[in-house]
Ligand binder design. Structure first.
Ligand SMILES: *Cc1c(COP(=O)(O)O)cnc(C)c1O
Length: 803
């Protein structure tokens, strides 16, 4: 494996940077872009001038990287989502000039924090899948891997969440309305994308992806849709203004909004248009550069020597027929040869085993968007069926493999046939792909399947967001090599029995909890006690993630404290947060339930010094940066087998939280690495759930277990008010009443309740032994090295990309 780079060029920039020059050019930029005197400039002005100054600073290195890598083999990460978040702080960290710039600004009386807070998150993704893509960009640059990101420049990112009367209300997220300090529009690389009935221009915006203190600058290229012709003057001259702008709007619609559903398929024409739009532009970009920069006598057979495309889930799979189309139709390559080239170019990552997220497209929608691609897919399907028949398979035996069936194009099947690699994102998940989801394919081509357990970038999720812990680690290890090679955190284990160190760990956590408490008071208007246990569950709201298990437990706990005020209990603050897909009624019901429970408990003076409940508003990357450092308990309670990996779990672990989790996704590997005895494992395992699947009757649990009955009945008792939305009735029904062919409690909430409750009791007891707790916390931090996305990306580079 390629060695992780930890060059001793730390502080390389700090030494190189001329402070006076930086300040000079900053003030110059500030005045140039605003035409104002310094004193009159706003936070917004100051933020954008800072972006400009940093972009100038990295310009040379960025161009160097682009030039140097023109003719080398590169990886291309195709993803419909990049959940980047804010860039300012992270870029400064990666440049190694965070403290210096803060200092420079304070010398001219600028408060860095308010500038930092001016930046809107680039929320061009829904959740884990999009955030993974962003972490990979950071790690690839840090590991000096030449990786290009390709995606969509949505005008509106993931909706902003507001809570009104306890209900989620969605608002727009026009994140670039004031400008975009981190992109360069590369008009000259624009491409034409043709749909059946529409032709648009794809304009690339390049964002620099900085390696950590290493001068590598990779590129994230996001495509924006624009009209092919800006304006139809014939209409305009006839005073038909509306008609004149119609085409413009129709083009811009393509990249106007990110689809806000996580783990739910959206079968709309516009969605496929978005996918085809960015895949077509990206493939054209790659092919035209290949022709421009490589020798003219170069054969297209060599295309796959220089390009490997990693498909982040099913969304960019349409790039496969698109490459064949460009090779065959635009470059005169024979179909068979084009197929061979393509097969050597693609690799596919699966992110979920939930059927509702595996994409398939109806034939008529495909014909409406990209008819030529459908033709190509049809031919690929025919060839596949022919091949299987020659091998002697019956029509029936071929069915699971068909790319097209019942006039539906099954995108995952297309990707598996046409890729050289198929990977899952955690050990258990990859095993389930082999045993279940893709078992037929696995029998046929086992060599294609491999695992790449997800990771997170330690720069954003520790160095930047938890400065106190970060400095502490550097001090204890006597070096900051761990930022380059996170496995070095293992060295912290020598302090496991050092009382002073353990007390410091507790003190840092306490400081972070105070910071979060202050932030929550300002943003949510709720006062919480930093001396209480901070128990946090933040992630997209989904039944399989089981936020309702958490909430039912809180209801029951509340009732117990009411009945028995002298009960031995360590004060606990339950913090939840996350967005629900706007069309997902039950997920929205869970949000309403969380807010309603919070209202009742926080206003009940008999208990509100013992428990508090907070639903944090508008959970996003920049909110996460404040939450992870302050958590004592990380709630990772998905139904076993359902969470492919999870990455939130890793962010918590790296920041010293103990995991309260099921045997699912990467939780399993967290338990393996940090020791299950230093975390809290509960609940049924996949094998057990598979076994009881048919016979499971949640009502048995409901009638047998008083606490379950108490919690579930509270949904309808009148104690909680859903404002006649029928939301709580819906949750009640889904737990115990089978409806419309669907079984009750398909996510086994009631089955796992008792064990979950007992485990909470254990946590509550054990927390008061503060030193033992700190020891467990340290054990988790010290063993989080495996979950660096540096490790993940190096595995992709070695096993799949051969970079
Ligand atoms: C890490 C992250 C996620 C993924 O969280 P999971 O718990 O793995 O689902 C989602 N959203 C944001 C903003 C994140 O930072």
């Amino acid at each position: 494996m390629k060695k992780i780079i930890y060059k001793k060029i730390k502080k390389y920039r700090r030494e190189k940077m001329n402070k006076n020059k930086f300040m000079e050019s900053y003030i110059e930029n500030l005045q140039r872009i605003t035409l104002k005197n310094f004193a009159e400039t706003s936070d917004k002005d100051r933020y954008f001038a800072l972006c400009d100054t940093i972009m100038e600073l990295i310009n040379q290195e960025w161009r160097n990287c682009k030039n140097r890598t023109r003719r080398s083999r590169k990886a291309y990460y195709f993803s419909a989502e990049f959940l980047v978040g804010r860039s300012l702080g992270n870029n400064l960290i990666n440049l190694g000039i965070y403290d210096e710039v803060k200092e420079i600004l304070s010398e001219i009386d600028i408060d860095f924090e308010s500038i930092e807070n001016f930046e809107d998150d680039a929320a061009l993704g829904n959740g884990g899948l999009g955030r993974l893509a962003a972490c990979f960009m950071d790690s690839a640059a840090t590991q000096k891997l030449d990786m290009y990101g390709y995606g969509v420049r949505y005008r509106e990112g993931l909706f902003k969440q507001k809570i009104e009367n306890g209900f989620q209300v969605e608002g727009g997220d026009h994140w670039i309305k004031d400008g975009d300090g981190w992109s360069i529009r590369v008009e000259s690389d624009s491409k034409i994308v043709k749909f059946r009935d529409q032709t648009v221009k794809a304009v690339p915006y390049d964002m620099p992806m900085l390696g950590f203190e290493n001068e590598q600058v990779n590129t994230l290229r996001l495509w924006q849709a624009e009209p092919f012709e800006e304006f139809d003057f014939s209409y305009f001259n006839n005073f038909q203004y509306d008609k004149a702008v119609e085409e413009k709007n129709r083009a811009e619609d393509i990249t106007r909004v990110l689809y806000p559903n996580d783990m739910q398929r959206e079968g709309r024409v516009l969605r496929l248009k978005q996918q085809y739009f960015f895949c077509s532009a990206s493939i054209q970009d790659m092919v035209s550069k290949y022709k421009r920069y490589f020798d003219h006598d170069l054969q297209f057979e060599d295309f796959s020597k220089y390009h490997i495309i990693q498909l982040n889930d099913t969304h960019p799979i349409i790039a496969i027929p698109e490459l064949i189309r460009v090779l065959v139709d635009e470059n005169g390559i024979e179909f068979k040869r084009a197929v061979e080239i393509t097969k050597n170019t693609f690799a596919f990552t699966n992110h979920t085993v939930l059927q509702e997220a595996l994409e398939s497209w109806p034939k008529d929608i495909m014909l409406e968007v990209c008819p030529r691609c459908f033709e190509i897919i049809k031919k690929l399907n025919e060839n596949l069926v022919k091949e299987f028949k020659e091998k002697g398979l019956s029509e029936e035996a071929i069915d699971p493999y068909r790319i097209i069936r019942f006039d539906q194009v099954r995108m995952a099947n297309l990707a598996i046939v046409m890729s050289k690699s198929v990977n899952g994102v955690a050990k258990l998940h990859t095993q389930i792909l082999k045993d279940d989801t893709f078992k037929n394919w696995y029998k046929l081509m086992p060599e294609k399947f491999n695992n790449k357990t997800n990771g997170i970038t330690p720069r954003r999720w520790l160095v930047y967001s938890n400065i106190k812990l970060s400095n502490f680690i550097t001090e204890k290890l006597g070096s900051d090599d761990w930022k380059y090679d996170l496995t070095k955190l293992k060295g912290l284990e020598k302090y496991l029995d050092d009382e002073k160190t353990l007390e410091e760990i507790n003190q840092i956590k306490f400081e972070n909890k105070k910071d979060l408490a202050k932030y929550i008071l300002e943003n949510e208007g709720i006062s919480i006690n930093p001396n209480s246990i901070f128990d946090i569950q933040v992630k997209r709201i989904h039944e399989y993630k089981r936020q309702h298990l958490n909430l039912l437990h809180i209801i029951n706990l509340y009732h117990k404290l009411k009945k028995n005020p002298d009960m031995d209990f360590y004060p606990t603050t339950f913090i939840l947060g996350g967005k629900a897909a706007p069309g997902y009624f039950r997920a929205k019901a869970i949000i309403k339930l969380a807010n309603e429970i919070a209202r009742v408990i926080n206003n009940d003076e008999e208990v509100n010094d013992k428990i508090k409940v907070v639903f944090v508003n508008n959970y996003r990357v920049s909110y996460g940066e404040k939450l992870f450092p302050a958590a004592d308990i990380s709630e990772q309670i998905s139904t076993a087998g359902k969470e492919a990996s999870g990455t939130g779990n890793m962010k918590f672990m790296l920041n010293g939280a103990l995991t309260l989790g099921t045997y699912d996704g990467a939780n399993i590997e967290i338990f393996e690495n940090a020791g299950v005895e230093n975390n809290y494992l509960f609940g049924a395992k996949v094998e057990e759930l598979n076994e009881i699947y048919d016979s499971y009757n949640p009502k048995e649990f409901y009638y047998k277990n008083e606490d379950i009955k108490d919690a579930v009945d509270t949904l309808l008792s009148g104690e909680l008010n859903d404002n006649d939305s029928y939301m709580f009735l819906d949750i009640y029904n889904c737990l115990i009443n089978p409806q419309g062919g669907e079984k009750a409690d398909t996510y086994f909430v009631l089955k796992d309740f008792e064990d979950y409750k007992k485990t909470h009791e254990k946590i509550n007891k054990e927390y008061s032994d503060r030193l033992t707790w700190a020891r467990k916390s340290l054990k988790n931090i010290a063993n989080a090295g495996y979950f660096s996305s540096d490790r993940t990306i190096l595995e992709y580079a070695k096993d799949i990309w051969k970079l």
